[in-house]
Design a protein around this ligand. Sequence first.
Ligand code: ARG
Length: 590
Amino acid sequence: MSDLKRGLSEAVEAAFADLGLPPGLGRVTASDRPDLADFQANGALAAAKRVGRNPREIATAVAERLAGDPRLMAVEVAGPGFINFKLTDQALSGRAQAIADDPRLGAETLVQPRRVLVDYGGPNVAKPMHVGHLRASIIGEAIKRLYRFRGDIVLGDAHFGDWGYQMGLLIGAVMDESPAIADAVERLNAGEAADAKAFDTVSLADLDRLYPESAARGKDDAAYRDRARKITAGLQARRPGYYALWQRFHDVTRVALERDFHALGVDFDLWKGESDVDPLIEPMVAELDAKGLLALDQGARIIRVVREGDKKELPPLLVVSSEGSAMYGTTDLATILDRKQTFGPDLVIYCVDQRQADHFEIVFRAAYLAGYAQEGQLQHVGFGTMNGTDGKPFKTREGGVLKLADMIEMTREKARERLHEAGLGEDLPADEFEDIAGKVAVAALKFADLQNFRGTSYVFDLDRFTSFEGKTGPYLLYQAVRVKSLLRRAQAEGAQAGPISVAEPAERELVLTLDAFETALAEAYDRQAPNAVAEHAYRLSQAFSKFYAACPILQAEPAVRASRLALARTTLAQLEQALDVLGIAVPERM
Ligand code: ARG
């Protein structure tokens, strides 16, 4: 069953067509004046321009055609030629009942589901995640869930960064620091037996400390950089010592990453890394060569991707460096091939910072040239940064990058404080309180991010994000929990939900908001913009608040009470569904 807005649009479009006018102009939108009307159609004005007639005349003719529609209580022409529609209580009640009975709560399913792979999160071996990974994880998780909820077949992949130059830097740095490790690596590389127990002493904290040091040194010190490049090439050639030490880096990081992602309510179907496509690279390079796509450039092998009409000159894709290493773009290209062979996606979405836009444009063009994907099947869904109050990408007070784990703990701590301030969760067992604080923290971070269009940057403001008032995640959780407690009370009193029948303005408005779920989902899907779902969740809780304030539920007479309980239950279910699409979980109580 379609939503009221679409049903009404179809009727108005048919009226336009009957009058010999372009049917597309008959689309209705939610009314600007909810006090006067539920929906409006403004197309008579554009139609009048096209056919050279009076807009009011056209509007009146359309209105006359719709006058007999049983869904409508009133059709009125206003101003220069707007058409206002007011639905009957029966039409609204019927729609509310259909949403209540629908396991999908009024959301439709795609007619043509696609196979979609979402590449997001983008964590790296040997580096704890920092706030830069926050948006990639939050937005990617929401897009994955949104596409899946709409009916696509979706896989989310972390695309673990584990195979580049930074690995060579780190292997060198760890060897410099520990003679025992250096010795074991060299023996293994030479094909000798060695005691690799020393590798087990390498911790994530060591890597975390050594990475920035060695990266900085590699920038100024050419010899140091060359060594790192050689080690990288050696690792990629699977020299046993490098490979064994790398494996240790890989394992310690993976454990820490999974913990951080879990704390953020992010989970992947695939944990593939850049290293997983390593075996594909050699044959791929041979094939690219056979296709005549590779050019030689100062000892490196590249693919030129410039196109006629480009506004700026894109650099080529560096496929094999002069040291013989695969680069960031090489593993991305091979991953496209791998995904094509193992999953056959219709669409691959890369949820990665906007600053990597050129990288993806280059890789995508190379993939299209190589025939690994069809034009348009690869999409970079970029986003802005989370900034500090200075308007620059967020840094700690000391000017460093904040680790994601620390940010999550900071937010949890604030959530605990907020809960105490509000006197929430006080008499609950300690572990339940902790679980609630975790959910409040995740809701705070995710909603603060997802309420903006992803292209927009925003300012990190923990006080505002965690507030139970305003347009925040915690506010939405609180509203949902309030409905849950109402429903528990109703159950305790033996009050049952029953057929929905609406009459009051606040009830009508709540149903119209429930009806708008599908529009919000479709918009979010089409524009890869989860903020449309965030907006819907917020409007829904506001509409519920008004309804709750204006319409007594448990005190109402039995038929009205049953209807209102059904409305409350349906609102809760749809709100939880919308939040679930955003990756936000609601506690049972607070
Ligand atoms: N690991 C990368 C980084 O930290 C992000 C990976 C994004 N995904 C991709 N397929 N390149 O910058």
